[in-house]
Design a protein around this ligand. Sequence first.
Ligand code: ZN
Ligand code: ZN
Length: 219
Amino acid sequence: MMKTVSVFDLLEEEHECPHCRSRLTLCHAPPIHVGDGLGWGSEYLFVCLNNECRLFVNGWKNIEDNYGHVGSYRYMKLPDSNESYNMMVAGKDAFTGCIVDPEAIRKADKRYQKEKEAVARLDSCVEENDLDPVLYLLLDDHVSLAVKKRAVALLKGLNDLACIEPLRNHNFRDSYLEQEINLAISAIMAAHYVKECPYCAELIKARAKLCKHCGKELA
Ligand SMILES: [Zn+2]
Ligand SMILES: [Zn+2]
């Protein structure tokens, strides 16, 4: 999926529209519908979004005359290639939702770097009593299920009561994951001779007959 040229490099590149000389805008390639062929072969496209562009201005009449419907053309160039196209668009807003937002890309990249760091720490986290990477990976909804399954398998070895509160407060959408987390929490509580008060959810001694937090009597 990742191309050799990063989106950061593409954002630096300057390409000119041959029809209007304005700088092309980096856009996410729009989703391809089944039947449209092989797609663009690229996640990104450089597009001329100048509404005064000759190609775009003249395109309306051209399409009306040739196809009998409303539309025009935008000049478009594929990154890393000499291929360019005049792409048919239904209106002037066709690409405005696809413009690459450098800030959003930077944020996503930062998040991904953080995830990579956390994954790298998994190997040694049990011997170092390092709960943080496991919690981070389990609680971040962007992390893949495969990585979360690796993280959840380490909970019992970490045997840290501090994991219970944040995990209990998180809504896990995957039922397998939720079940594994519940099993790990039960094992950790048993290893520490504690249980959760059924009334106030605070951790108390497994032998307690009375909750020291809420005062309720326990069966
Ligand atoms: Zn142009
Ligand atoms: Zn209680």
